[in-house]
Design a protein. Structure first.
Length: 114
């Protein structure tokens, strides 16, 4: 579907909606064709910006989705590593396991003193 067809369909739909609305009906129902021509011209003037905005929005949404997917994968990897370290800690006897600089401590000598 080309842009002109989209504009024509949207202008026709808008004019029909306006004609069926009792508050706007007296203003436009007398001559809908000039209004359609005016709206179509305005839409064509804005079409490039509208298209660019829509394209940017689609790109932004796809980028967000990919970032969220990557973040979840990273979190799952971190969680697996954290689980493994905790498992090693629980299986060890008073051993300290390190997870990216965070100590999981099993002995009193590593605990903060009050």
């Amino acid at each position: 579907m080309d842009l002109e067809t989209i504009i024509d369909e949207e202008v026709t739909r808008t004019v029909n909606d306006l004609n069926s609305n009792p508050t706007t009906n007296p203003l436009i129902s007398i001559e809908p064709e000039p209004l359609k021509a005016f709206l179509a011209e305005k839409a064509k003037e804005r079409a490039d910006a509208i298209f660019d905005d829509a394209l940017l929005l689609e790109i932004r949404n796809r980028v967000k989705a990919q970032i969220n997917k990557a973040l979840m994968e990273d979190f799952e990897g971190f969680h697996r590593k954290q689980t493994e370290v905790l498992k090693q800690y629980l299986e060890g006897e008073n051993a300290a396991a390190v997870l990216d600089g965070t100590d999981i401590v099993g002995s009193d000598r590593y605990r903060q003193r009050d």
